[in-house]
Design a protein around this ligand. Structure first.
Ligand SMILES: Nc1ncnc2c1ncn2[C@@H]1O[C@H](COP(=O)(O)OP(=O)(O)OP(=O)(O)O)[C@@H](O)[C@H]1O
Ligand SMILES: [Mg+2]
Length: 209
């Protein structure tokens, strides 16, 4: 595993781990009546810290004893397999296309009850797959199995995928590269998410030098 990305696990006393605990608490308060939650992590542009934040939030929630599934839905630039040092053999796309079952594709981590589903083989038509009925069924299925499901995703300004997925999830967490994300881009990303009636649960200001 790339230790740098898994700071909530390797260094639970750090300030960053504390910040993820705060976000976790906010999510829990906002969805007090909902037992099974689907959350999508996104940002306006590339490289702002979506994957790093998704991993840390997933770790933080799993440390409370919840069964958590972290899904790589960034079919444009998947990277969860690298962070967890996994072979991206079977993953989300394979489950959606019926090539394998979720049970077979999912990876059990050593961290609490955290499980990871990598992207799988990247199809030529990622948007179609994300917007497919199979994806809809998938979301309903995982909600029965897990307490919290976190989707890593592509930048909201670059693809339709994120909007499609955000419209189906219970909430969105927006990651901004503090100091670098352009205010207008952040506002535009927020506007696009509102159009699909996505509920923005919070914003992570990621301090990336
Ligand atoms: N707070 C931070 N401090 C230092 N490095 C960071 C921080 N956040 C992210 N990084 C590093 O910056 C790079 C991009 O971060 P990450 O992969 O999380 O972004 P992303 O938004 O998922 O990118 P993409 O749009 O390509 O999916 C990674 O190498 C990551 O380790
Ligand atoms: Mg990423």
């Amino acid at each position: 595993m790339t230790k740098r990305n898994l700071v909530s696990y390797t260094n639970p006393g750090s300030q960053i781990a504390e910040q993820f605990r705060t976000i976790r608490t906010n999510i829990q308060f906002l969805s007090i009546d909902q037992k099974h939650k689907t959350i999508i992590m996104t940002s306006p542009s590339v490289g702002e810290g979506k994957t790093t934040s998704a991993i840390n939030l997933a770790i933080s929630i799993s440390q409370q004893g919840e069964r958590v599934l972290l899904v790589d839905a960034n079919l444009r630039s998947p990277s969860l397999h690298t962070s967890f040092n996994l072979k991206d053999s079977y993953g989300l796309t394979d489950v959606l296309m019926g090539r394998t079952s979720l049970e077979e594709a999912v990876f059990q981590t050593q961290i609490g009850r955290l499980e990871v589903l990598t992207s799988g083989l990247i199809p030529p038509n990622p948007t179609e797959l994300i917007g497919s009925r199979a994806m809809n069924y998938f979301i309903n299925d995982v909600k029965e199995e897990y307490d919290t499901i976190i989707f890593d995703s592509p930048p909201v300004l670059d693809t339709t995928d994120t909007k499609l997925l955000a419209g189906q999830c219970d909430g969105v967490v927006m990651v901004l590269n503090s100091g670098k994300t352009d205010r207008e881009k952040a506002a535009e990303a927020n506007r696009l998410l509102n159009l699909v009636r996505a509920k923005v649960l919070g914003v992570i200001l990621n301090q990336k030098e």
